[in-house]
Design a protein around this ligand. Structure first.
Ligand code: DP6
Length: 367
């Protein structure tokens, strides 16, 4: 079994003074949800997600050895970085990056040798309520791995992507599912070969054509700041009365999805995915303190989807993140009809009539 210590490097064959890399990494949408974690960003249960294609973060990482061209303030025993969001300094993101560097330093011992400039932007609208932590942490992890690969060119691709996902996980759990592959599993599962709590892996079994090019239209119901940060939410699973049963259910739902992905049964897919979404929110409603993150329009949309599905027999379903927005999932061959339905009946429930059309994608890309 692969251990976290396998990712601690011994020594690098190359030295490198300065340079830059650029990677984009997509967001992802969980089908079986990660909700609850142990120390070191180890998930309480396995999860699986579709990687998205259009909602992504593009991050450029410039680096220079501290003793050459660095600000005078950059001492050798601190992390030194500037953070730019859409080209402008963004101080409020810095503590998160500082914490990320602290967590990953053991795996990337060169971090304090460099001054970094992290220049980042998202393809989705600012404050859309779409979490950028998954795509953002994944894009940064990819760049850091490019630097490590420059220091150790013998590194295999397999190690590169596994370690990128491991680093991303230490930034934000769901980020480890935004690195590589269309369908990504994170967390040990008895029947998924290679699955690990340490990093995301591409779903290794067959996936039926019904799920190829699956569509995800994200309805922006409420763009406000998250009422509950995911860290607080995960913590509430510690003393949660239903936690153990919920974690077991996630394993069971993954088992069901293994079969569903193979046989292409979209009706069964819908049952698992919608139940997972509502269970996630049920966990929040039954924690102490308790929360309701859905808004009235979230429920309007869910009911409209159920009615449309019933009337037309088109296999469209929903899932939710830890917020009020709704992800509408549907097969590619129903796209025209579902988009008409969204434009005619759902757009009125979206804040400023905003929604984003996305679909399954392949993961991070270097540019
Ligand atoms: C509801 O990955 O944002 O989206 O590890 O604390 O950064 P941290 O949490 P995060 O949690 C995401 C939870 C979720 C479900 C999911 O994506 O699986």
């Amino acid at each position: 079994m692969i251990e976290a210590t396998d990712f601690i490097p011994s020594k690098y064959s190359q030295t490198i003074e300065s340079g830059n890399f650029q990677w984009s990494a997509p967001s992802n949408i969980a089908l079986v949800k990660y909700w609850g974690k142990k120390d070191n960003q180890i998930p309480a249960n396995p999860s699986v997600s579709f990687t998205l294609n259009n909602c992504k973060t593009i991050t450029k990482l410039a680096f220079a050895k501290k003793n050459t061209s660095t600000p005078v303030s950059a001492s050798n025993d601190t992390f030194s970085f500037d953070l730019l969001f859409e080209g402008k300094p963004k101080e409020d993101f810095k503590p998160k990056i500082q914490k990320f560097f602290e967590r990953i330093e053991i795996y990337l011992p060169f971090l304090k040798d460099y001054h970094f400039t992290i220049d980042t932007e998202n393809t989705f609208p600012h404050s859309s309520g779409i979490a950028s932590s998954a795509s953002g942490m994944a894009a940064l992890a990819m760049n850091l791995m490019s630097l490590e690969k420059a220091l150790n060119p013998e590194m295999t691709d397999n190690y590169f992507y596994q370690k990128a996902s491991l680093l991303a996980r230490l930034g934000s759990g769901s980020a480890c599912r935004s690195v590589k592959g269309q369908v990504v599993v994170w967390g040990n599962h008895a029947n998924i070969k290679g699955s690990s709590d340490l990093f995301g892996v591409e779903f290794p079994n067959a996936i039926h054509d019904n799920f190829k090019n699956f569509q995800d239209t994200i309805l922006l119901v409420d763009k406000g700041e998250k009422q509950v940060s995911s860290t607080v939410g995960h913590d509430l699973m510690h003393d949660h009365p239903f936690a153990e049963r919920r974690f077991a259910q996630a394993h069971e739902n993954l088992d069901k999805l293994i079969t569903i992905f193979e046989n292409g049964n979209v009706e069964e897919f819908i049952k698992v995915v919608e139940s997972e979404a509502l269970t996630l929110h049920a966990m929040m409603m039954t924690s102490m303190p308790y929360f309701i993150l859905m808004k009235p329009n979230t429920l309007q949309i869910i009911n409209a989807i159920w009615k449309f599905r019933n009337d037309t027999k088109i296999p469209v379903c929903f899932t939710l993140d830890a917020g009020a927005n709704v992800h509408v999932l549907y097969p590619n061959n129903t796209k025209e009809k579902v988009l008409q339905f969204i434009a005619a009946e759902l757009v009125g429930y979206c804040q400023n009539a905003q929604y984003i059309c996305d679909e399954i994608g392949n993961g991070a890309i270097q540019s």
